[in-house]
Design a protein around this ligand. Sequence first.
Ligand SMILES: Cc1cc2nc3c(=O)[nH]c(=O)nc-3n(C[C@H](O)[C@H](O)[C@H](O)COP(=O)(O)O)c2cc1C
Length: 195
Amino acid sequence: MNEVIKNILGRRSIRKYKPEQIAEDTLNAILLAGTYAPSAGGRQSPVMVACQDAGINDRLGKINKAAFNGSISTAQSYISKEQPSIADDVSLKSGFYGAPTVLTLFAPKNFLYSVADCSIAAQNIVLAAHSLGVGSCIVARAEDTFASELGQRLQKEWGISYDYEATIHVTLGYPADDAPPKAKPRKERRIIRVF
Ligand SMILES: Cc1cc2nc3c(=O)[nH]c(=O)nc-3n(C[C@H](O)[C@H](O)[C@H](O)COP(=O)(O)O)c2cc1C
């Protein structure tokens, strides 16, 4: 198996981070990978903000968690035992899991492919991160997080037009656990071959 496919298969969502910040050149390489993601019409619509202000990440992470109204996990149905999500462990305080770097991807509000473009950029980012030994987790509810008073204020401070909307977050940091979490078994009947 080649290195790219090994990297894709070996990446897991990481929700337990070391407090140390990721190296600057590593972050730059990860962000560069994000800018090279395919984008609809080649418009390169996503704008990525990498926030390393611990106070801001803490406050936004709490807003992000408060916006979660999905179902809480049960013993039979959970997201991760090894790296619990906010659905698995309600005592977690932040939807960003204390990650030292939090990315927010913005794209134009009135563009049909904004979510697709940001999601694809996010995938480039998490794979690049994994290849460089950085843990990551894609986090939803960016629209709600940035609809908050703080989010709107930051969007202005960061110079991002209100014609743009936050679409997805990616948390980044060095994994706290040496052993990566195990992937769940792949569901059956997800591949259909036609000849
Ligand atoms: C669109 C999307 C949204 C996600 N949102 C969250 C989230 O809000 N919080 C979280 O902890 N994980 C989130 N995840 C990560 C998934 O829970 C994770 O990818 C899934 O459980 C599979 O685990 P793996 O990434 O380790 O293979 C999200 C993933 C995707 C693709």
